[in-house]
Design a protein around this ligand. Structure first.
Ligand SMILES: Nc1nc(=O)c2c([nH]1)NC[C@@H]1CN(c3ccc(C(=O)N[C@@H](CCC(=O)O)C(=O)O)cc3)C=[N+]21
Length: 288
């Protein structure tokens, strides 16, 4: 039997419609959520993402600013721009597109962003809050994956979820969010021995490796839900996930396509984080 291909358009459509409604409600109280994106250099893939983010903001009725800085810009100038955006009442979410040129410290940049405007959930304070389950922004890609799993109606409590990848952006926060849903979580990575043996025990398999089509049917338990976080651009210009979609299709029960599911859902959570930050800033104003 063939897996059900998860319809990313349907899920993002439903979420973004809700966000748009909430944005309109907030507007009635005099606040328009605003996102600022900073992009340094000319990386063509980054340009595409940034354009998608700005477009998604506009469609949701949010305000957006894109700051395009040339690759040679100094770290000091980037930090000064962040400081300006931290002070700006129009901006509730700030995102600095990674990767940055080598002469600019990602750590310094992330830590310069006001904790309450951190749209990515990259700031160490927000990462700490995430660990202990306190209120704050959600890490965009992992939270998008949870939203996808909830949308298909899977019960996560007690399920074995295996995450492949241990990055600070996806793998690690993904594991924390799955734990919060009461899944039993295993993380695999490049040094894991007998990886297929472990991944083939997963009820839910989440691939976040960055290697095109690495996950094949021998990695997948029959009936497993397979979520593909990978967005790899091949030499042919085509996008490929970390999962060999065609190979796994008859083994999995559900599978996400690349492109068209986790990527757009990541942007959806970015909008949600900006909306939530705007609501919190309004509450803080009211409560003085
Ligand atoms: N500070 C920061 N935050 C990020 O969230 C961040 C970042 N830096 N740097 C780069 C990565 C990558 N990323 C993507 C988001 C959406 C799609 C997306 O929507 N992809 C479409 C395809 C787009 C295409 O055709 O290239 C899809 O999967 O359907 C892709 C990639 C966010 N990132």
């Amino acid at each position: 039997m063939s897996a059900q291909v998860i319809n990313g358009k349907e899920i993002t459509g439903a979420y973004r419609a809700q966000i748009k409604e909430d944005v309109a409600k907030l507007a009635q109280q005099g606040v328009q959520p605003g996102l600022a994106v900073i992009i340094v250099g000319e990386d063509p893939a980054s340009q595409v993402y940034v354009r998608n983010k700005a477009k998604a903001c506009e469609e949701a009725g949010m305000y957006s600013e894109v700051h395009r800085l040339e690759a040679g810009v100094s770290e000091k100038e980037v930090l000064a721009l962040i400081e300006k955006l931290n002070q700006s009442p129009k901006i509730h979410g700030i995102l600095v597109q990674s990767p940055l040129p080598k002469h600019i410290s990602e750590d310094k940049v992330v830590e310069a962003i006001a904790v309450e405007k951190d749209a990515d959930c990259f700031h160490p304070v927000n990462v700490g809050n995430l660990m202990i389950g306190k209120e704050g922004p959600a890490p965009c890609t992992p939270a998008g994956v949870i939203a996808i799993l909830k949308h298909i109606g899977v019960e996560l409590a007690g399920k074995h979820a295996v995450v492949i990848g241990r990055s600070n952006i996806v793998g690690k926060p993904m594991a924390i969010l799955l734990l919060r849903e009461h899944a039993t979580v295993t993380i695999c990575h490049s040094k894991t021995a007998n990886m297929a043996e472990i991944t083939s025990q997963a009820d839910i398999l989440i691939a976040a490796v960055g290697k095109p089509r690495m996950i094949r049917k021998e990695h997948v338990k029959p009936g497993a839900i397979v979520i593909d976080v990978g967005i790899n651009r091949l030499d042919t210009g085509k996008l490929a996930g970390d999962v060999d979609f065609d190979d796994v299709l008859d083994t999995a029960s559900y599978i996400t396509p690349v492109p068209g599911c986790v990527g757009p859902m990541t942007i959806t959570i970015l909008l949600k984080n900006t909306l939530d930050a705007a609501s919190r800033s309004l509450k803080a104003q009211v409560n003085g």
